[in-house]
Design a protein around this ligand. Structure first.
Ligand SMILES: NC(=O)c1ccc[n+]([C@@H]2O[C@H](COP(=O)([O-])OP(=O)(O)OC[C@H]3O[C@@H](n4cnc5c(N)ncnc54)[C@H](O)[C@@H]3O)[C@@H](O)[C@H]2O)c1
Length: 293
């Protein structure tokens, strides 16, 4: 791999962006993380430091490797000009078409002409995002799963104008990151959200209808279906605000009622019970006990 292709940009360092930045830096790429909020950059840097400290403790990397990643490989900036050496830019900003078009248009000004722009969108059209980029043939979907630093799957999706060269370089890049890639058509929800959003909404409806407690539905799904996490544990990671947004986005495109968010989702958002990020969702964090059972 050439020196130039060793730089990766990550736009947005919220829940997904920080995980993607960890994956990139861990795979040896110089990773430039851009966000519009200094507080988001500070939080992400602290999260990455804690994550790599745990990796050292578990014997997955040496303390020296961690110091090299945190001291040299990962850099944090609010300035898009810092992307000037990147061969790949992955955006993980808000799920909003205008915002995504804007960040790619800004990156287009700062990046070399061969740079590929990958979007982590869950529900938007790759073709529509590409329309604002100034280089639509070099825009592609790379949908990482939550938490990106742990989950291996990446769904790779071509827009209408994505070139073969972009697709091939993306597959090579994704494999270098150590991820497992699947190829999906440009359809709302791709593969994973098509199943999981409807499934999670079904579980919430079952709980609302009094079928069983949050804890018992989680137990049943884990021990009966072999899922690593129960739906409510997963929802607390995803965030109820995200569940609401993604459910509505899919329902408005697919018009299938299984995607429609049950009333409890909106009530929990209104109450600020978003999940782990607010300390309370279906479960409480920092203390034991469950909400609503
Ligand atoms: N949360 C999930 O479960 C999940 C899973 C897979 C994919 N996704 C997708 O990943 C993307 C990000 O989701 P998230 O949950 O990490 O969001 P988030 O709200 O946690 O983070 C978004 C970050 O983007 C930053 N940002 C906003 N505008 C920006 C700009 N112009 N330039 C740079 N940074 C900017 C924000 O400050 C924030 O830190 C979305 O497209 C979402 O659909 C989310």
């Amino acid at each position: 791999m050439s020196e130039k292709s060793k730089y990766v940009g990550v736009l947005g360092c919220g829940t997904m962006g920080v995980g993607i930045a960890i994956v990139s830096a861990r795979a040896g790429f110089n990773t430039i993380v851009i966000d519009t909020q200094q507080s988001a950059l500070d939080q992400a840097a602290a999260f990455a430091d804690k994550f790599f400290a745990k990796s050292v403790k578990k014997g997955k990397m040496s303390a020296q490797q961690k110091d090299e990643i945190m001291g040299e490989k990962l850099t944090w900036s609010m300035n898009y000009d810092a992307l000037d050496k990147c061969s790949f830019v992955i955006e993980a900003v808000f799920e909003d078409l205008e915002v995504k078009q804007k960040v790619f248009s800004q990156a287009n000004e700062s990046c070399p002409k061969e740079t590929i722009f990958a979007t982590n969108t869950s529900t938007l059209s790759i073709t529509s995002i590409a329309a604002g980029s100034g280089r639509p043939e070099q825009v592609i979907g790379m949908h990482f799963c939550l938490p990106a630093q742990v989950m291996k799957l990446v769904e790779v999706t071509r827009g209408l104008q994505t070139s073969d060269d972009t697709f091939n370089r993306t597959v090579e890049f994704g494999e270098t990151l150590g991820q497992v890639l699947v190829n999906t058509k440009e359809r709302p929800g791709f593969i994973l959200n098509h199943f999981i959003v409807a499934f999670n909404n079904d579980c919430i409806r079952a709980y609302e209808n009094g079928l069983a407690s949050v804890e018992d539905i989680d137990k049943a799904v884990k021990h009966g279906l072999g899922y690593p996490m129960g739906p409510f544990e997963l929802l607390d990671y995803i965030g109820m605000d995200t569940q609401l947004r993604v459910s509505l986005a899919l329902f408005n495109q697919i018009h299938d009622h299984s995607f429609y968010p049950p009333p409890l989702v909106k009530r929990m958002v209104d109450a600020g019970f978003l999940g782990r990020k607010t300390g309370r969702g279906f479960y409480k964090y920092g203390e034991s006990g469950m909400f609503g059972t």
